[in-house]
Structures are given as structure tokens and as C-alpha cells.
Write a protein that binds this ligand. Structure first.
Ligand code: UN1
Length: 522
């Protein structure tokens, strides 16, 4: 299997002179987009490039609680007219958006890389994933939105139809700043809902560009509103607003839990939570080790381990663990780390200094809890990495499983990887399931009976065989079980969350005949 760009090059290349592409690019001034107007706020914050914190990507307003309220009221006012358009009419505006994303693909990809740090190939994949979502949703507008079903009574026609729920709040993370917002926003508006979008404070400039495209695509005023800011105020105001009918949230377990708790007191409010994972790649004794090692590297280190679906655990049968580990480490040593705009880079920076601290904390715990350190990754501080949040991979091993450890149970959201030796498939699945999460699982095996056992006994929302645990496509449901999500997936799954299924029955006879043999005589 060919190497990924950046893997397979020697680490010495990291010390070659850096390519200073972006510090000269002008910063953007973002605005809130409320009821078709571009609005500033009293206070602002700066969005910094994680590869070079001296580079201010843009200045961003902090929407006040009253601006959030205005946005919700604008969405509420826009709802009646928007829901009365046909699905096809709404789908045509989504199609306009897909054309604009295609037009601006390179500029958008670069913006994603500059603001969230992932290498340009990943920045582009993020925008392509968003494009696929727009194409998929535009296509859905011409597919059935319900179905006819037989009644017990021949003269009655019965239908199951979908109706929009009203105002949908959408809160999204920074690691897929272009694709994840569209997983929720586009199904919501296609179904006739209106939206208030609160993007991550780490990637507001990408979100601002997305809001500009919503306007250019022709969504009427108030249909999609964008408010910037932090979770504590702007996000909190949105979550608690009584006129928000659905909250779509992708982010951490702690915040998702708070949103579910706050919504529980309001009967009409429906919450979708997509949260973290302590995902794993399971390597069975019969695995093709070329596939296993490549799947492990991609699953662990794409986006520098900052995906919800990142594999932070390699659960490996002891019969092949030594071979697997040697080959895995050989690749780890060759990973090129640097500014994502350089095309030889495989791993960009972490999103923030807090991300670096979290990575250090997880590493320290792994040492404290008895992990055998195989690759003691460091913070990079050389000339190429001076002002960025760059860290190396950190890899450790437990020859046998050690339950009740922080390092094997908690999500690190960074390049922090445990290799865990197990005896056979049953222990592999037991170890896999022994976390509070259940998002993504990959199993490497040549044996169809074995992957079936894993398929049926592991807890996950996204399962893969002979693949990494990353790389989901938009026309599949994206979500998890246990602490990873409340069972209402995004992407393909989102239409379910943003619509009510209604039963609609029409009598074509001149008299009433009831179901269940119910009498109609007085
Ligand atoms: C995330 O992990 O935060 O499945 C989103 C993937 C991407 C989306 C990841 N399509 O890897």
C-alpha cells in the first residue's frame, strides 16, 4: 500500500526551513448574520492560526444574549413562509450552495487549514465532505418524504408524512469546521426548519465564510442565522432559548450532557448529541499487517488525533503484537509534522495551547499508570515550529490490559496512542467495550466469521473492517452509542431529528367506518 503524503519521509526534514505562507495574509473581520443583516457586537475576540499564533486569522464578535434572542426570533419569523415552500424549491437553494462550494473549493480548503491547522489535503477533504452533504441534501429534495400505507378500512387512505419542527439550534466543533455544520444545517432547512448556527470559537472565520455563502446561495433572510461567541454565554443562550425546538450538538461529552440536562425540563425540545470516543483499532491474529499498520497510523494521526473517531487504542492479539508494534513505530518515527500548508506535512499543530496541555496530561497519566513508553513524543520548539502548537506522537504499551486507568479510558483528542496486548477475539471485544464511549471501531482480519463476531458484540455507531476508524461518508448515519451520542445520528441521520413523523388519514366513503371494529351507532 502506498504511503500517505508525509508518512515515509524522514523526520530530519522537519528542520528544513519553514514555508512562511500565511502571516502576511490580511485578517478577516467576521460578523454575526441575523435576519439577513451583518452585525457587530460590543466585544470581540481574535482567531489565531494554530501553526503560528502570531498570525491573527480574524477578529470576531461575541454575540450577546440579546443578539442570540434576536437570531432565534428572526428564525421563528422566517419559519412559516419557508416551510410552505416545496421540498424541491428548498432543495434548489441547497443546490446553489453546492455550486458555490465547488467554485470556492481551493480558497475554502486553505482557510480550513489556516484556521484549524490540519494539512491541506485534510482541509480539502473537509470542504469536499461539505460539498457531498450539499449534493446529497439537494438530491433528497426529489425523493419521497413519507409514504402511503394501507388502512384497515378500504375506503381510507393513510399516509406517514414528515413535518418540520421549527427553529433548530446548531452548535459545532472546530475540527471539521466546514463539513460538520452542514451535516445538521442542510437537512434542517431542506425539511422546512429555520436555523440559528453557533460555530466553534476556534474556527469562526471559516464559519463566517460559510454564512456568506448561505447569503449568496439565496436562503431568504432569517432562514439561517449565525451568531459567534463562546459556549458559556452565546451557546448557553441558544440552548436555553424557549423558542428553539431542536438542538443539534457536536462536541464534548461534558457539554453534550449539560445541553441534554437543560433541555430535559422543556417537553418540546429535542436534542441530538454527537460526542467523543475512545475508539480503537482491533488487530486480530490473522490480520494482514500491512493493512493493520496503515489503518492504525491513519486512524491515530490524521488531524493530529483530533477527530471524534480517532483510534487512541490499538487492541492487538499478543500473537502479532511484537510485529505490529515494530512496524507501527517505524512509521510513527517518519511522520512529518509542520505547517499544514506545506505539502510534505502529515500532521499539523494541535488546535490550541490547551490542547497541548491536555495531551501532556494524558501522557503523564500513561507514565504514572505503568504504560511502557515506546515513543516519548515532545512539544516541538525548533525554528519551523516556534509559534505553533506542534507536538509529536506519544505511543505506549500495556503488555496485558490494565482496567481502571485514566489513560485507557479517557478521550485524549491528540496523538496519544496505547497499544494493548490481548489474548484472542473475545478479550479484544471486552477491552474495546470497556469505556464509557461507543463511537468508532475498526477490526483488521481476513476471517469473515471473526469480523461478524466483532460487528455484533462491540459497542459503536461506526464500524469498519480492514479500514481505519475514520473516514465516514455523508450518506451514512454519523453517531455513536453510550457516552458518544444519544442515538440520533447526524449527516444521513439528521432528517429524523429535525422532522415530526405524522400520521394522516383520509376517508373517501360517504359514511364513517372505524378501525378496530369500533361501533359508530349511538
Ligand atoms: C469527527 O470525527 O469529528 O469520519 C468527524 C470521519 C470524517 C468526519 C469526522 N468524515 O473521519
Amino acid at each position: 500500500m502506498p504511503c500517505e503524503p508525509g508518512v515515509g519521509r524522514i523526520r530530519a526534514q522537519q528542520t528544513m526551513s519553514s514555508v512562511l505562507i500565511h502571516p502576511t495574509e490580511a485578517g478577516v473581520t467576521a460578523q454575526n448574520y441575523i435576519n439577513g443583516e451583518w452585525l457587530a457586537s460590543d466585544s470581540t475576540f481574535q482567531s489565531l492560526n494554530p501553526a503560528n499564533r502570531n498570525h491573527v486569522v480574524g477578529t470576531v464578535p461575541v454575540a450577546s444574549r440579546s443578539q442570540v434572542r434576536d437570531a432565534v426570533l428572526a428564525a421563528k419569523a422566517a419559519f412559516p413562509a419557508w416551510k410552505n415552500k416545496s421540498w424541491v424549491q428548498r432543495g434548489e437553494i441547497v443546490d446553489n450552495l453546492s455550486q458555490l462550494i465547488k467554485r470556492d473549493l481551493e480558497e475554502l480548503s486553505r482557510m480550513v487549514t489556516i484556521e484549524c491547522g490540519k494539512p491541506i489535503n485534510e482541509g480539502r477533504a473537509d470542504v469536499v465532505e461539505a460539498l457531498h452533504m450539499a449534493q446529497y441534501v439537494a438530491g433528497l429534495s426529489r425523493l419521497p418524504i413519507g409514504h402511503a400505507i394501507s388502512s384497515e378500512i378500504p375506503a381510507k387512505d393513510a399516509y406517514i408524512l414528515r413535518k418540520p419542527k421549527g427553529v433548530v439550534g446548531v452548535i459545532t466543533p472546530w475540527n471539521f469546521p466546514f463539513a460538520i455544520p452542514l451535516w445538521g444545517i442542510l437537512p434542517a432547512v431542506l425539511a422546512g426548519n429555520t436555523v440559528v448556527f453557533k460555530p466553534s470559537e476556534e474556527t469562526p472565520i471559516v464559519a463566517h465564510k460559510l454564512a456568506k455563502l448561505f447569503e449568496e446561495a439565496g436562503f431568504p433572510r432569517g432562514v439561517i442565522n449565525t451568531v459567534h461567541g463562546f459556549g458559556e454565554d452565546t451557546g448557553d443562550a441558544l440552548v436555553k432559548d424557549p423558542d428553539v425546538n431542536v438542538m443539534l450538538f457536536t462536541g464534548s461529552l461534558a457539554v453534550g450532557k449539560m445541553i441534554q440536562q437543560s433541555a430535559a425540563s422543556e417537553v418540546h425540545k429535542f436534542v441530538v448529541t454527537e460526542m467523543g470516543g475512545k475508539n480503537a483499532t482491533i488487530v486480530l491474529e490473522d490480520a494482514n499487517l500491512d493493512i493493520a499498520v496503515n489503518a492504525a497510523v491513519l486512524g491515530a494521526f490524521k488531524t493530529s488525533g483530533q477527530r471524534c473517531v480517532t483510534s487512541g487504542r490499538m487492541i492487538v492479539d499478543k500473537k502479532v503484537e511484537a510485529q505490529f508494534t515494530e512496524r507501527f513505530l517505524e512509521k510513527v518515527k517518519r511522520i512529518v509534522i509542520g505547517d499544514g500548508l506545506r505539502d510534505d506535512v502529515f500532521m499539523g499543530p494541535l488546535i490550541s495551547q490547551e490542547g497541548v496541555k491536555k495531551w501532556q496530561h494524558h501522557n503523564a497519566k500513561a507514565k504514572e499508570e505503568g504504560g511502557e513508553i515506546l515513543f516519548d513524543g515532545q512539544v516541538l520548539t525548533g525554528p519551523d515550529h516556534a509559534n505553533g502548537n506542534f507536538v509529536e506522537p506519544f505511543v505506549y504499551r500495556f503488555a496485558s490490559y490494565k482496567p481502571d486507568t485514566f489513560c485507557l479510558k479517557e478521550e485524549a483528542f491528540s496523538p496519544h496512542v496505547a497499544i494493548i496486548g490481548v489474548d484472542g477475539i473475545e478479550e479484544a471485544v471486552r477491552v474495546y467495550n470497556d469505556t464509557k464511549y461507543g463511537l468508532a471501531m475498526a477490526v483488521i482480519t481476513e476471517d469473515y466469521r471473526k469480523f461478524r463476531y466483532v460487528r455484533d458484540n462491540a459497542d459503536y455507531g461506526l464500524g469498519y473492517v480492514n479500514l481505519p476508524s475514520i473516514g465516514a461518508e455523508v450518506h451514512l448515519p454519523f453517531g455513536g452509542v453510550k457516552g458518544s451520542g444519544n442515538g440520533h445520528p447526524a449527516a444521513e441521520g439528521a432528517i429524523e431529528a429535525v422532522t415530526h413523523k405524522v400520521a394522516f388519514t383520509v376517508n373517501h366513503a360517504h359514511e364513517i367506518v372505524m378501525a378496530q371494529g369500533l361501533s359508530t351507532t349511538l
